[in-house]
Ligand binder design. Structure first.
Ligand SMILES: Cc1ncc(COP(=O)(O)O)c(C=O)c1O
Length: 347
């Protein structure tokens, strides 16, 4: 009826909250109830609300680095400081940093921008330290569905749930999910899964942001999930994206490997190319790339200080293989133009 056009509950469409909670109960073995779920306007809003609810100026976020530009943008008004999360947990002062951190921010599955899949032992070790330090861990997981080379394995939330299986979930992991990468970004449907009292705090923060997410789009999302459309769609996009990843990496091996190195990402949307040549500044390269009608994202935007200038994020999911190959040829020309500008350097 017309109820779908009214303001909805702040926490989201009850049936969709229940469906998301059930999904986590099924995949982790611990009970997640609707009270553990806040539906958001994309995972992006989850990032924003966590900043709004948890971070005061000057507080520290211990973050995977380089990290998602959208998170840095969401938290900039909160004026946090950043320290770098070292997954090996070996860096001097790491224990103290964990104790001081308002939260740890990580994208363990096929990170944006690097495409890295964090190994399970490192996830478990980080969770040990987070539990000991008594801080929050924000696990941002939009790329989970895009697994090209085998399963990603359990989320950090699942690790916690398996360690503490009794009762409804009440742990330090704040998990962000979304339909943007598996189905459609335009629906703007995402979710936060967390301790029920934190969900209540985030819901209060959401009220003053947008009152509630659209019930209409949440109802569409529910139908897509319940009709199994998501489950049928994912294998198709995974096959398409895997072919695109391989086309990009093969073309780059031919045209760019004199100047850049990279790992083939086991999932996600990006190849993170690091310059081997200290003369390559990817902010400067970007201008030449645009002149060749090709684009990438320079590394400086993924660094809170803007100082990282030696890498670039290259997307492979939006274009078919032949366009990616042409794009790589253009990037090669852009690199040659950049190097030709430098006195004494052969292109
Ligand atoms: C790491 C990360 N988090 C969150 C988001 C935002 O996703 P959504 O479209 O659900 O707001 C993105 C989108 O690119 C992302 O890469």
């Amino acid at each position: 009826g017309t109820q779908i056009l009214e303001y909805g509950p702040i926490e989201g469409l009850p049936a969709l909250r229940a469906a998301i909670a059930e999904r986590f109960t099924d995949t982790t073995g611990r009970r997640f109830g609707p009270e553990n779920v806040l539906l958001t306007t994309g995972a992006m809003q989850g990032l924003d609300l966590v900043g709004k609810a948890l971070v005061d100026p000057g507080e520290m976020i211990l973050s995977q680095f380089p990290t998602y530009l959208g998170a840095l943008d969401a938290w900039r008004p909160r004026m946090p400081r950043y320290e770098r999360l070292d997954w090996s947990l070996q860096a001097p002062g790491h224990e103290a940093a964990l104790r001081q951190a308002k939260f740890v921010y990580a994208v363990p599955n096929y990170s944006n921008p690097t495409g890295v899949l964090v190994p399970q032992d490192e996830r478990a070790a980080l969770l040990d330290r987070v539990e000991a330090a008594g801080t929050w861990l924000l696990e941002d997981d939009p790329y989970l569905p895009l697994q090209f080379d085998g399963p990603a394995g359990p989320s950090i939330l699942a690790h916690h749930a398996q360690r503490h299986p009794s009762g409804a979930y009440a742990g330090p992991v704040i998990y962000l999910g979304t339909l943007s990468k598996s189905l459609v970004p335009g629906l703007r449907v995402g979710w936060v899964v967390a301790d029920a009292s934190l969900i209540a705090t985030l819901a209060l923060a959401k009220q003053s942001t947008d009152i509630a997410s659209s019930l209409l789009t949440q109802a569409v999302a529910l139908e897509m999930i319940e009709s199994d459309f998501e489950a049928q769609h994912i294998p198709k996009i995974v096959a398409t994206y895997r072919e695109r990843r391989d086309a990009l990496c093969a073309a780059a091996a031919t045209h760019l490997s004199d100047w850049f190195e990279w790992e083939v990402p086991p999932g996600g949307m990006f190849v993170w190319m690091r310059a081997k040549d200290g003369a390559i500044d990817t902010d400067a390269l970007y201008t030449h790339a645009l002149a060749e009608n090709v684009a990438f994202v320079p590394s400086s935007v993924f660094d809170p200080s803007g100082a990282l200038k030696s890498a670039m994020r290259v997307n492979f999911t939006r274009s078919p293989p032949e366009v990616l190959v042409e794009g790589v040829r253009r990037l090669e020309r852009a690199v040659r133009r950049l190097l030709a500008e430098r006195p004494g350097r052969a292109a």
